[in-house]
Write a protein that binds this ligand. Structure first.
Ligand code: HEM
Length: 72
């Protein structure tokens, strides 16, 4: 994943966040991934995020959620 700005500063200071590894104790399959995506959609709706920004964010969320999924 490409990092910029504050994310890169964070990683310099603390190292990579290891999100996949930290989620391994939790069974995250296709259903959980889908539910998480629905939560992100609801959050964007609640915050009235502009439509073009939503499209960008959604692309990032999809990739992240695929990486975090750890069961079929
Ligand atoms: C498929 C998508 C995801 C699912 C289903 C999911 C689910 C979960 C679950 C079940 C937990 C444990 C909550 C608890 O302790 O009760 C958790 C923790 C957490 N998740 Fe996710 N997650 C997803 C994606 C992400 C992403 C993309 C991020 C950030 C980029 C993230 C950030 C976190 C953080 C910071 C924690 C706390 C970790 C810790 O305590 O070490 N999650 N997530």
């Amino acid at each position: 994943m490409r990092l910029d700005g504050r994310a890169r500063d964070y990683e310099k200071k603390h190292g990579p966040p290891r999100m996949r590894m930290r989620h391994l104790p939790f069974a995250i399959g296709a259903l959980e991934r889908q539910q998480w995506m629905a939560c992100m959609e609801a959050a964007m709706e609640e915050c009235r995020v502009a439509e073009d920004l939503r499209t960008n964010l959604r692309q990032g969320f999809v990739g992240l959620a695929e990486r975090i999924q750890n069961r079929p």
